[in-house]
Design a protein around this ligand. Structure first.
Ligand SMILES: Cc1cc2nc3c(=O)[nH]c(=O)nc-3n(C[C@H](O)[C@H](O)[C@H](O)COP(=O)(O)OP(=O)(O)OC[C@H]3O[C@@H](n4cnc5c(N)ncnc54)[C@H](O)[C@@H]3O)c2cc1C
Length: 495
């Protein structure tokens, strides 16, 4: 029997899914497949929380497909083996999938699938994902392409589909069967595309009103940010869907922007839209350079920096035991929840790269494993930027002291996540090492016994890191490469 296959990867939804709709509209019954590669479990950037999230979202997708007459087969192995097995029973005519922008291993996998299709006389069709443009010639016109893509009509959600008789869903592997023990996340979001839409609606109905003013603090950002990133990372929702609802909201607000009901929304929605554009802008970088997890966009500049691994510093940084209360609170809350807001992510990376002078490759991997929403294109672009290895972005080294007093003036966030400091009052919470011995005893926090003293003097170390970075950036080879980096990857908004 002739069939079409839809290969799901990071597009775990039935709505706005061009690959699925194209297959359903074709002449053949449709098989849906998902494949988990064993090597993913071994990768240093992949954490069990990612696999668990992906498979929970996959289970939701599977029930949605079944509700319209489809079925989904899960395989743990190589996708070409899964295709060969199916090809023995069915005559696969077409393979459909949505493009994935990933690291080198995923390109290699996709190339092996293309080769399998060509050997087996199967037509392989891929569809663009969000605003990322495959085989982009020049960045000059990228925005035009991106805007057209994300503003286009959504693809209709299928209401029925035809699967061949005898093809049914199988069991998705459990974490135990895969031998994985994911850490338990505090308030982990609900999986699946319905949950994604609910999160979007709650943001546009209420939570997003104060987005612009509240996004920078880890305390207020928890509710005021959209929290859509884990859904975007596995494709439970598209940028086009998010934009569609955002524009509808904008239209409503525009009727009477100064009314009490609409207060705050105009600027918040505009800031939110800019971030949605950044999503595609940064993933586009990885689309052109799949090795961003190991090679800096500006390798000459990175070479001149010569950052070094220091086991003691790395351990303190990665476990949130640096002795800087606000930093430690951010790292510990990230590990516990799988999420933190943008500004604090930037601070975590910039402290590693400038203040502690640790290699971004190692610290970037740690953060990737911490984030439930790990998205390689955004992640490695941001790791490069916050480490100063692009050559086209300004050097921005965050001061923990400043962020601490700006974002958590009373120290509530610190006390929530750094138990050792729970009794320390506001006046000492940002720099507890300055307390006298009597004060330390009074507030149940002996420095170097209960809580460490700072791993380095922050101000001096940060200044040193910044100065070394400027020196590396001014080398002729670094400057030369920066021109090329701008040409390929630079935003054309500001030159
Ligand atoms: C070192 C570092 C690593 C990061 N790694 C990731 C990652 O692995 N996955 C990830 O999704 N984001 C990453 N970000 C970007 C950003 O911090 C998150 O997208 C955001 O905090 C997610 O929360 P939200 O969905 O509530 O975002 P919102 O503020 O509500 O924004 C909505 C969406 O816009 C996009 N977006 C927001 N900020 C950015 C940005 N600065 N760059 C690109 N896109 C953005 C995301 O898709 C996000 O979901 C990283 C930032 C830094 C500094």
């Amino acid at each position: 029997m002739s069939v079409s296959v839809v290969w799901f990867k990071r597009d775990l939804r039935v709505s706005d899914n061009p690959a699925l709709v194209e297959a359903i509209n074709g002449p053949h019954p449709v098989l849906c497949i998902f494949n988990l590669e064993p090597e993913r479990l071994e990768r240093a950037d992949v954490d069990p929380i990612h696999i668990e999230w992906e498979l929970d979202c996959l289970a939701e997708l599977c029930s949605s497909l079944e509700s319209i007459g489809g079925a989904l087969q899960f395989n743990f192995g190589q996708v070409t083996e899964q295709l060969s097995d199916l090809h023995e029973t069915y005559d696969i005519k077409n393979l459909y999938s949505n493009e994935e922008t990933g690291l080198q291993w995923s390109w290699d996998r996709d190339k092996s699938v293309a080769a399998w299709c060509s050997t087996n006389d199967v037509e392989f069709t891929e569809f663009p994902s969000n605003g990322v443009v495959r085989r982009l010639g020049t960045r000059d016109h990228w925005k035009k392409h991106r805007d057209a893509r994300v503003s286009a009509e959504q693809v209709n959600t299928p209401v029925s589909m035809d699967s061949p008789k005898g093809f049914s869903s199988n069991e998705i592997h459990s974490m135990e069967r895969l031998g994985l023990k994911p850490r338990l996340l505090f308030e982990r979001p609900l999986p699946g595309e319905k949950a994604a839409l609910n999160v979007l609606y709650s943001f546009l109905d209420e939570r997003g009103r104060t987005y612009r003013k509240d996004m920078s603090s880890p305390k207020t950002g928890w509710d005021a940010c959209s929290r859509l990133s884990p859904y975007l990372a596995v494709g439970c929702i598209t940028i086009r869907q998010i934009l569609h609802h955002t524009r509808r909201k904008q239209k409503k607000v525009k009727v009477n922007p100064r009314s009490k009901e609409n207060l705050g929304w105009t600027s918040s929605l505009s800031s939110f839209q800019s971030r949605l554009a950044w999503h595609c802008h940064f993933i586009q970088r990885l689309e052109s350079e799949a090795t961003m997890d190991v090679i800096a966009l500006n390798p000459e500049l990175d070479g001149h920096m010569a950052r070094e691994m220091n086991a003691e510093r790395y351990a303190a940084w990665s476990q949130g035991k640096t002795g800087w209360p606000f930093f430690d609170a951010c790292m510990r809350s990230l590990i516990a929840t799988g999420w933190i807001n943008f500004r604090m992510r930037a601070m975590l990376q910039s402290v590693a790269s400038y203040t502690l002078w640790l290699p971004w490759t190692d610290t970037g991997l740690h953060l990737a494993r911490c984030f439930l929403d790990y998205e390689p294109g955004i992640h490695w672009s941001q790791v490069h930027m916050q480490s100063g290895v692009t050559g086209i972005n300004s050097i921005r080294a965050y001061s923990v002291r400043k962020q601490s007093t700006d974002q958590d003036p009373d120290g509530d966030f610190i006390r929530t996540w750094v138990e050792e400091l729970r009794d320390v009052p506001k006046e000492h919470i940002h720099e507890p090492w300055l307390m006298s011995y009597e004060q330390q005893k009074e507030y149940n926090c002996l420095i170097d016994v209960d809580y460490p003293s700072p791993i380095v003097d922050e101000k001096t170390a940060r200044k040193e890191g910044v100065s070394k970075s400027y020196s590396a950036k001014s080398k002729p080879e670094s400057k030369q490469r920066s021109l090329l980096v701008y040409d390929i990857h630079g935003s054309r908004k500001r030159r």
